[in-house]
Each structure stands twice: as structure tokens, then as C-alpha cells.
Design a protein around this ligand. Structure first.
Ligand code: NAD
Length: 355
């Protein structure tokens, strides 16, 4: 048995994915027939000869195929095709419904298609369940490879009723709040913690891209939709940005970081108030299925709550259902090249076993 694989993107996750794929033993033959190193350069041959993953970094490249050309190329191969999207490209994501309609299955950590407008989400899954439609696996779009989407889907498919989902789903914001707000009194400053997080590589080049909560809101949108909540878009519910209004206009991330200390006193006050109640501050996403509400922002948790003892940049999610009246809690690293790549590869292997 064989499948054809197209890998799009060879950045942080993409290159780790290629390394893992190169080294696994699997009963199904995994033919990489197309590898787009970036949006310009690709490796492939018109006779579907497998791309040599040992030399892809230096091998001569061709221009990438357009998305309709790529769909045609994959559809015309001798084996069922899987597209592995290791980019954050919105253009590629917007083309998923068409790929799936044409029988191309997708494994991806790219959140864009699943967290944009509801119409794209509906098209993806209706095309996937239509006869001849491709399969879609996207475990690594939330919490990297942590088993969240698979188990949540299983609960829904088997008739459980999701009541509440609550989680810390951003490694950078987890690190910032775990360091800032502890069960011991502390004068650790918000701006200092943000700077350390930046030095450790947890933050985007412009920290506001993490601190505005929008990436987090995309993950909450995905989970809510799986649970059966038809969320229109990640901007259709309240997201409490950690970027002070006055600093939204800063021209650069560096200027933002320079001015951030002006707001340290506000954070100190909030965490002191929480501490006085025996609580810590955490930046969380919440989906309340009974009341049909979603939110992303700062919440307070008592010292004995599992979110309060979170370490480093770990993610955690708590899912309360009719069956799990005591919530199901899943915790662990929610980012990193090798961790994310293994989530994507495991999805690709599941698809290979099913198609
Ligand atoms: P990255 O920027 O390192 O890599 C993305 C790569 O995709 C780049 O090499 C870029 O040239 C390429 N690319 C962009 N558009 C393309 C196109 N149209 N065709 C071909 N190549 C194209 O990013 P990354 O950290 O590897 O993240 C990849 C995806 O994984 C993103 O969607 C991200 O949100 C997701 N993700 C990453 C992590 C992590 O820890 N890095 C964790 C969870 C999810």
C-alpha cells in the first residue's frame, strides 16, 4: 500500500516534520511527491518520483505549482494524496475546501482555515463527509500535539454533551502568568516577564501579536465549533487584550516594550487583589456551552486549582461534559518544533491508514 504526500513549508515545524518522516518505519509506503520549501521553490517531478528527503535542502528546485495545479497534480497520481500544510498561509487555508472536494486529505497545524469565518469551516467538513471527499486532521492547531481535538471529537461523536471548556492555550501567555502571579507575594513586574519571555523565544517578533489574545481566540473558536457552538469568527466574542490601548499605536515592537513598564502598577494591583482572595491570575479561554458564551482574558483561580500550579510554558485544558462531571484535564507542552511536528505526522499516518 502507498500514499502520495505533498509537504508545504519547511520552516520550524516543516523541517522537524521532514526529519521525523525520514526516520520512521511504517507499513504504508509514504511517497513524498511534492515538497514546497517556501512559497517560491518546490521539488517534484512530473512522473511522481519520490523527493529525496536526505538532500532536499540543497537539491535544485522548480517554481511552486499554483494551488489548482497542485490539486490536479495530486489527484492525477497513482495513490491517494495527503497534503501536509506546515505554513500559516491564509491563501492555502482558503483552498482547503477545494482540495478536500477533489479527494486530497489534509493534515496541518495551520489554524487559519478552522478559525476564520464559519462558512469555510462548514464547507471543509461537508466536503470531507461527501463521497470521495478528503479527510481532515488538525490536532496540532490547538495545544500542539496534546491530545485535545481527537478526544473532544470522540466525545461529541459518541453522544456526550460538552458543558464547559476552559484552557490555557498559549505557551507565551502561560509562561508570563505562571511567572507573574504565584501563591507567594511577589513584586515581579509584567514588563520584565514579557522581556524574559521574548528572550526565551516564546514571543512573536512583535510581542503584541501574542499579547493581543487573537491567536488564542482562534484556538478557542476551533474548540467551541467542535463542541457544537457555531462561532461566527474569532472576533465575534470578547477578547481581553493585554496590549494597553495607548500602546496599540506604537510603530514597532521595540517601542512597545520600552513603554510597557508604565503599566506594571496596574498588573501589580490586579495580582495583589487576587492574592488577597487566595487566588492567582491566569490568561484563559472559556467556552460555556450551556449559556452559549465564549471569552478570552484574565481570570482568577484558587491556589488548589490545576491551572494555578502550571509550570513554564505548558498548556492545560479542562473539559466538563455530561460524562466527565469532574473535568477531563489534559496538560503538557503546547509548542515546540518536534512536539508540533509529531502531532502533524501522527495525523498524516492516521490518514494514510484510512484512505
Ligand atoms: P515558520 O514561519 O517557521 O514556517 C512556515 C514556513 O512556511 C516558512 O518556511 C514559509 O516560507 C513557508 N510558507 C509560507 N507560505 C507558503 C506557501 N504558500 N507555500 C509554501 N511554503 C510557504 O512557522 P512554524 O513555526 O513552522 O509554524 C508553521 C505552522 O505551525 C503555523 O501555522 C503555526 O501556527 C503552527 N504551529 C507552530 C507551533 C510551533 O511551536 N512553532 C506550534 C503549534 C502550531
Amino acid at each position: 500500500m502507498s500514499v502520495n504526500i505533498a509537504i508545504i513549508g519547511s520552516g520550524v515545524v516543516g523541517s522537524a516534520f521532514i526529519k521525523q518522516l525520514k526516520n520512521i518505519k511504517f507499513p504504508i509506503n509514504l511517497n513524498v511527491v511534492y515538497l514546497a520549501k517556501n512559497s517560491q521553490e518546490a521539488l517534484y517531478s512530473s512522473d511522481y518520483q519520490p523527493v529525496d528527503l536526505a538532500t532536499y535542502e540543497t537539491a535544485p528546485t522548480k517554481a511552486t505549482l499554483s494551488l489548482p495545479e497542485l490539486a490536479k497534480f495530486l489527484k492525477s497520481g497513482a495513490y491517494p494524496p495527503i497534503l501536509v500544510d506546515n505554513t500559516s498561509s491564509p491563501q492555502l487555508a482558503a483552498y482547503y475546501p477545494e482540495f478536500i472536494k477533489q479527494g486530497v486529505s489534509i493534515a496541518t497545524p495551520n489554524k487559519k482555515a478552522f478559525s476564520s469565518d464559519l462558512k469555510t469551516w462548514e464547507e471543509i467538513f461537508s466536503n470531507s463527509s461527501a463521497p470521495g471527499g478528503g479527510l481532515v486532521y488538525h490536532e496540532a492547531t490547538v495545544g500542539a500535539a496534546l491530545p485535545i481535538i481527537g478526544p473532544l471529537n470522540d466525545l461529541v461523536l459518541t453522544g456526550d454533551k460538552i458543558k464547559k471548556i476552559e484552557g490555557i492555550l498559549s505557551g507565551s501567555l502561560s509562561y508570563i502568568f505562571n511567572s507573574l502571579s504565584t501563591s507567594e507575594p511577589s513584586t515581579t513586574k509584567f514588563s520584565d516577564v514579557v522581556n524574559v519571555a521574548k528572550e526565551l523565544g516564546f514571543l512573536e517578533p512583535d510581542p503584541r501579536d501574542d499579547l493581543n489574545g487573537m491567536d488564542f481566540a482562534r484556538k478557542v473558536t476551533i474548540l467551541a465549533r467542535i463542541a457544537g457552538f457555531q462561532v461566527e469568527s474569532p472576533s465575534s466574542f470578547p477578547v481581553d487584550s493585554l496590549v494597553p490601548k495607548e500602546l496599540e499605536a506604537c510603530a514597532t515592537g521595540a517601542e512597545f516594550l520600552e513603554k510597557l513598564p508604565q503599566y506594571d502598577a496596574d498588573f501589580q494591583k490586579r495580582k495583589d487583589e487576587a492574592l488577597a482572595e487566595g487566588k492567582v491570575l491566569r490568561y484563559v479561554g472559556q467556552v460555556d456551552m450551556d449559556n452559549k458564551t465564549l471569552s478570552v482574558g484574565i481570570a482568577k483561580y484558587s491556589f488548589d486549582h490545576p491551572f494555578s500550579s502550571l509550570k513554564g510554558s505548558d498548556n492545560v485544558i479542562s473539559i466538563t461534559t455530561e460524562r466527565y462531571t469532574n473535568p477531563l484535564i489534559i496538560q503538557g507542552a503546547g509548542a515546540g518544533a518536534d512536539i508540533t511536528a509529531h502531532g502533524v505526522l501522527a495525523d498524516a499516518l492516521k490518514i494514510a491508514q484510512r484512505i
